[in-house]
Design a protein around this ligand. Structure first.
Ligand code: 5AD
Ligand code: SF4
Length: 442
């Protein structure tokens, strides 16, 4: 493709997987001479990378697309592309071009690597391109990546999900589980370290089933131990773990390997065994609590976060009380809390006992209160401690300060030298707020 000096704007909704896909799209564009702008109005190319895990993510995309109509009328050369999970849903791509005929390119998650080809076609032929593939093309290695941070990076270790939780659309839009080869993962991490990156987060919808599809097979714990050996690596985190697959050898690996951080994201979704069964989660409340206990025993000062859904079909007051009691017992450091959202094509959407909106909102507020309570309490435990902090950048609210994170993922603000960004320093925690810590470098 010919070099241009045009600007692109990209907006991403959804999870880190989508963020990483956007970093790849940006990487491809930069290679052809495009520059990134954060001002939509200055862009010659606008990309929306969409999410469909909950309805409100979709509504945001519709709103944002509608608002582009005027910009396109003013600048007919503007190219608009829409991609991501939402486009993988049956009939969605056609619905988008019908509703927003000014959209030029529509593609899905499985063919994102062909984006430059589609862009070229639109430029040459002046016609819109709509291409979504049902089937994944295997794993495409070697795409350029334009990363958001110079300090920490996400590295995808596997794509897709085989779990089919009854509320979730992800297995339908991201396909079946596919693991990247160990050598490819190691090579990517080594290249990142050579560029000065300090922290790597391994990504997958269910990282604990890594390697089951590879020949020869390799377990996630073995992968972690291999990665831990890489020279120069400081910190490794990973997400997301499915409680049914988090094995004792993964817990042991975290306890024993120096780069593996004391942090686990362990979505519980509900505290009611009855609902967990209806959700197809394959564990009971007791098994989850036992797992948490084993984690806490093996890894002192570990931080645990979770995802919880309220208002799943058939959720009674008693079921919800089970969720509250579980949250109180676990004492999460943080949690992503969600109101159940009906997704077409999933089994839960067909269930008859859908919950009233007002009940869902009331339960949501009560749950958030419990979570905020434990989060504040956990933060308070850091007061007076000296913590290793990786400096990520300047503080968002106060640019005279630095912002970094502990190994457990706690956000710390403290005064310091801006030239230290990217370094690991020791910080004494002087004050805990509900969602962040304040400290002094020592
Ligand atoms: N409604 C609400 N939350 C959902 N999640 C997934 N599907 C839905 C849905 N239909 C949540 C789960 C998952 C997180 C990424 O999103 O908690 O862990
Ligand atoms: Fe969705 Fe369940 Fe797979 Fe997570 S494990 S992506 S919640 S189906």
């Amino acid at each position: 493709m010919k070099k241009t000096s045009k600007n692109f704007f990209i907006e991403t909704w959804g999870c880190q997987m989508n963020e990483e896909d956007s970093e790849k799209l940006s990487g491809m564009l930069r290679k052809t001479g495009y520059k990134r702008t954060t001002v939509k109005e200055f862009a010659d190319l606008i990309i929306f990378n969409t999410c469909c895990v909950r309805e409100n993510a979709e509504l945001k995309v519709y709103g944002n697309l509608g608002a582009l109509k005027k910009q396109k009328e003013k600048n007919p050369d503007l190219i608009i592309a829409v991609c991501g999970c939402m486009m993988q849903q049956e009939g969605m791509a056609e619905a988008i071009v019908k509703k927003f005929p000014f959209v030029d390119i529509v593609f899905g998650t499985h063919n994102a690597y062909k984006f430059l080809e589609y862009l070229n076609r639109v430029k040459q032929e002046g016609k819109s391109v709509v291409e979504v593939q049902d089937k994944e093309d295997g794993i495409v290695e070697g795409l350029p990546i334009d990363r958001e941070s110079d300090v920490k990076a996400f590295v995808t270790i596997m794509y897709g999900c085989n779990n089919f939780c009854t509320y979730c659309i992800v297995p339908y839009v991201r396909g079946r589980e596919r693991s990247r080869k160990l050598e490819d993962i190691k090579k990517e991490i080594e290249d990142l370290i050579a560029k000065g990156y300090k922290e790597i987060t391994l990504l997958g919808q269910n990282v604990n089933s890594y390697g089951k599809d590879l020949d020869p097979k390799i377990t996630f714990a073995e992968l972690l131990r291999e990665i831990d050996k890489i020279e120069g690596l400081e910190r490794v985190k990973f997400m997301t773990s499915h409680p049914k697959d988090l094995t004792q050898d993964v817990i042991d690996a975290i306890a024993e390997c120096k780069t593996l951080c004391e942090y686990i994201h362990l979505p519980v979704q509900s505290g009611s065994t009855r609902l967990l069964k209806k959700m197809n989660r394959s564990y009971t409340k007791e098994q989850y609590l036992d797992l948490v206990q084993r984690i806490r025993k093996a890894i002192p000062n570990v931080a645990i976060s979770t995802d919880i859904i309220v208002g799943f079909p058939g959720e009674t007051d008693e079921d919800f009380e089970e969720t509250l009691s579980l949250a109180r017992e676990v004492q999460y450091d943080s949690a992503f809390t969600f109101i159940y959202s009906r997704r077409k094509g999933t089994p839960a959407d067909e269930m008859e006992d859908q919950i009233d909106d007002a009940v869902k909102h009331d339960r949501f507020n009560r749950l958030v209160e419990v979570i905020n309570g434990s989060a504040a309490k956990k933060n308070k435990e850091y007061e007076g401690r000296i913590e290793e902090v990786l400096i990520e950048g300047l503080s968002k609210n106060d640019e005279t300060k630095l912002m970094g994170r502990t190994r457990t993922g706690k956000l710390v603000n403290f005064a310091g030298d801006g030239s230290n960004i990217g370094k690991l320093v020791n910080v004494k925690i002087t004050k805990a707020n509900s969602f962040s810590l304040i400290g002094e470098q020592v």
